[in-house]
Design a protein around this ligand. Structure first.
Ligand code: 16G
Ligand code: ZN
Length: 533
């Protein structure tokens, strides 16, 4: 049973700021760290309830604000298979977070227990982690209070990347079953990934060292821990590893900086030589951007779309070589932000689906394929192997040495790839493994297709909720008539494409445009922005 008095007593230590409204959005709760104390306490309570609802299986809580500035923080829940919180519970999260007083909170908790039909006699188990933000410890203390109040069994995973927390949840809940995901420890994660990587590249030529921009975040710890395990198979050269320097996190570095500004982090300028590859993680190491310096000393970015093209092509070839192409269908999931050239390249080779922005949409769509490759252009993505496919890979009997080799590569890929969520460390090893197999440099990878010039602008509007979209955000249905005007502009730009959608994380509307040449893409973006404004 719930100890309501205990909940009330602790809740009084974590009052909700009167004037604020919180919303559990695509990235959980995310805002200035200074106003998140009550939210963390209440998320602790909700996590405990969610675990009870799911028979005492372990629920995860990650405290991070990813690529956002250091003064922000956030929190999200991880469901029992390591995936994002089921959408129907997002509303419960918002309801608890917005209860004005302790009495209102108690009432809201009781309402959730009733409406979700939670059996309170079940145990509650929660594992949590946080990134390196200075606000983390205090927020975790508030979370701890919430978990204590709800009577949860607590496991503190410490400072970890977001994908490691997802991994831990899945590993804990599958322990001792036939679906065991790996040892439920941070070391178990590094062992699993590095082991699979070394098996995949065994006998391949050792690549040149890889520069890794760690965004001055928790990814630096992960890179330092996995490096020795990779040994000679891959040499990593970490940069931007100042996790305790105030203000350094995500500042002029990291995957979001690279993608948004299409520019090399200044701190890497003297380190990346012509022809050399580098990559950037974001602040919680679930996004990845690659880049290299070409022979004319130009910075070239390899984003999530390029990763999808590289990886999907490789997997399709392996499936064919293993003679499994009649029972294993590979597909790709993208959003409207995918560069038009990438979509064209992929669609000539395999099925491609477009879904609305946000990991949960991509993840769910990818689950429908036997092997679903999903990446957002911003570098978040992974590959999902369906249970049926994993079974086929485990039991298939190859009839030639070539089939056997390809099959083994596929098996190792299922181990290398973090299938719970996009994972910069796992994706980085995946890219490196494919580059080694293909004998590609950055230039050859980049040449798979040529990006269309594109431009993303944000527009501050009076009410972004007035902008409603359909067809995976590619068509505006409201305000009325606006889409026709956008279509007119698009027609007047060679190779033009443009769409408008309200941001899910900021109070702005985003305008994306691409065209055959850069000046046209810029012009189209600004003209469409002019219509929106
Ligand atoms: C969130 C999403 C990310 C998406 C971004 C779009 C998750 C875990 N994260 O960060 O996938 O690309 O929002 O932001 O779903 P926007 O709505 O502001 O454009
Ligand atoms: Zn992130």
């Amino acid at each position: 049973q719930l100890q309501l008095q205990e909940i009330a007593r602790l809740s009084n230590n974590h009052p909700k700021p009167a004037h604020l409204r919180y919303q559990y959005g695509t990235a959980g709760f995310r805002t200035l760290a200074s106003v998140l104390d009550s939210v963390l306490f209440r998320v602790g309570i909700l996590a405990g309830l969610r675990s009870r609802k799911l028979d005492g299986k372990t629920i995860g809580v990650m405290v991070t604000a990813s690529h956002n500035p250091e003064e922000d923080n956030g929190v999200k829940l991880v469901d029992t298979r390591g995936e994002m919180l089921e959408a129907s519970w997002e509303a419960h999260a918002s309801t608890l977070a917005n209860a004005a007083t302790t009495d209102d909170l108690i009432e809201a908790i009781e309402a959730v227990v009733r409406s979700a039909r939670i059996d309170l006699s079940k145990p509650a188990r929660v594992v949590y982690g946080r990134d390196t933000r200075p606000s983390g410890p205090a927020l975790v203390a508030a979370l701890d209070d919430g978990l204590t109040a709800v009577g949860a069994e607590i496991r503190n995973a410490g400072v970890v990347t977001t994908p490691i927390l997802h991994y831990l949840v899945r590993a804990i809940n599958t322990k001792g079953t036939k679906d065991a995901y790996g040892d439920d420890s941070e070391d178990g994660y590094y062992d699993k990934l590095s082991g699979a990587f070394k098996r995949l590249v065994a006998g391949k030529q050792t690549p040149s060292p890889l520069i890794v921009d760690c965004a001055n975040g928790v990814g630096a710890d992960a890179i330092n821990k996995i490096s020795p395990q990779l040994g000679e198979s891959l040499k990593l050269m970490p940069h931007n590893t100042s996790t305790s320097t105030p203000g350094a996190l995500n500042n002029s570095c990291g995957a979001d900086y690279v993608k948004t500004l299409q520019r090399l982090p200044p701190s890497l300028a003297n380190h990346l030589k012509a022809g050399q590859r580098g990559c950037s993680l974001d602040g919680d190491a679930d996004r990845l951007m690659y880049f290299y310096i070409d022979e004319r000393n130009q910075f070239r970015m390899l984003d999530g779309d390029k990763i999808a093209a590289l990886v999907a092509g490789f997997i399709v070839d392996l499936v064919k070589t293993a003679n499994l192409d009649s029972n294993v269908k590979v597909g790709v999931v993208q959003t409207a932000y995918a560069n038009g050239s990438s979509t064209k390249y992929l669609a000539e080779r395999l099925p491609v689906r477009c879904v609305p922005t946000g990991v949960k949409h991509l993840h769910h769509a990818a689950e429908r394929f036997d092997v679903g490759v999903y990446f957002e252009a911003n570098g978040h993505g992974t590959v999902l192997f369906s249970p049926g496919t994993q079974e086929i890979l485990a039991t298939h009997e190859p009839t030639t040495p070539a089939q056997s080799t390809a099959l083994n590569h596929l098996r190792n890929l299922t181990q290398l790839i973090n299938q719970t969520v996009g994972d910069a460390i796992s994706d980085m090893l995946l890219v490196e493994a494919v580059l080694a197999h293909r004998s590609y440099s950055g230039l050859e990878w980049d040449s798979l297709y040529v990006d269309l010039p594109n431009r993303l602008v944000k527009v501050v509007v009076e009410d972004r909720h007035a902008f409603q979209t359909e067809d995976a955000e590619r068509v505006l249905v409201s305000p009325k008539g606006l889409q026709n005007k956008i279509d007119d502009l698009v027609r007047r730009h060679d190779g033009g494409r443009s769409f408008v959608r309200p941001s899910g994380t900021e109070d702005v509307v985003r305008v994306y445009a691409e065209a055959a040449i850069k000046s046209q893409a810029d012009e189209l973006a600004f003209r469409v922005a002019g219509l929106v404004y």
